[in-house]
Design a protein around this ligand. Structure first.
Ligand SMILES: [Zn+2]
Length: 266
């Protein structure tokens, strides 16, 4: 990962950018990113962060690759059907970039393991597909003051926001509590256009690289909403809620509680 000929060649299109340069590429090469879910969003985020040379990337996923995943989960393939998704993406990404360290964790993320799992990473990426997990990740990142790049997709619409605890609002500032179970359908129930996670995951990977480099304006305090049918991007301001139960002045959530619905990759 030093300035070897191979390293310079592989990252030459980054290094030539004044905003990145050799110094920025070294930052990318020493960064550690934790991706929750090796599904629709985790695949494109992982693909681009691997190609960009992020030094350590961990994936946590407890599901196995199924045929119905291949319509959008582009890091899996027919040879990895039936194997764990985190293991499957590890195989793909190690071929793309053998310089980096890809860690596969075959577990379900929960309130008992999340703090310990993410504590040594610089940035967390949410590629989960259900509200309890989304809130669990938000709360854990606020507690540990970890930047979080959150993405969500359904049917033809997706959204992205970047949460930097201490600097901007969190997910609970936007919606204090998860919606009741069953109110918002899942991708399994409602469908999703296969390319949509590619757009949203690409945006999430961009946010991660900006945070690592300290360049540009991250989507702090902003929810970016993309509608694929209309080809429309909208930014909605998220005000910081001083009474937010986790990041407000007097937080009422001081430890991780129960986040009941089962986690599954998109
Ligand atoms: Zn908050």
């Amino acid at each position: 990962m030093d300035f070897s000929e191979e390293w310079l060649q592989r990252y030459s299109r980054h290094i030539i950018l004044p905003e990145v340069g050799g110094k920025g590429q070294k930052k990318i090469s020493s960064a550690k990113v934790f991706i929750i879910g090796a599904g629709g969003l985790g695949c494109p985020v992982g693909y681009y962060l691997t190609a960009a040379g992020v030094g350590t990337i961990a994936f946590i996923d407890n599901d196995n690759v199924e045929l119905s995943n291949l319509q959008r989960q582009i890091a899996h393939n027919v040879k990895t059907l039936g194997i764990n998704k985190a293991e499957s993406v590890k195989k793909t990404f190690e071929l793309l970039n053998p310089d980096i360290n890809v860690i596969a964790i075959k577990e379900r993320i929960n309130s008992g393991n999340i703090l310990n799992l993410i504590k040594d990473y610089d940035i967390v990426v949410d590629g989960s597909d259900n509200f309890p997990t989304r809130y669990l990740i938000n709360d854990a990142c606020v507690m540990l003051k970890k930047p979080l790049v959150s993405g969500a997709i359904l049917r033809f619409e997706g959204q992205v926001t970047t949460i930097v605890p201490g600097e901007g609002p969190c997910y609970r500032c936007l919606f204090e509590e998860p919606p009741p179970p069953g109110l918002v359908p899942s991708c399994q129930e409602a469908g999703v256009l296969g390319v949509l996670p590619g757009v949203i995951g690409g945006l999430q990977a961009t946010e991660v690289l900006k945070l690592i480099l300290g360049k540009g304006n991250p989507l702090k305090g902003l929810l970016l909403i993309y509608n694929a049918l209309e080809t429309n991007f909208r930014k909605v301001k998220i005000p910081k809620n001083p009474d937010c139960p986790i990041c407000g002045k007097n937080p009422t959530i001081t430890e991780l509680g129960e986040y009941t619905d089962e986690y599954c990759g998109i």
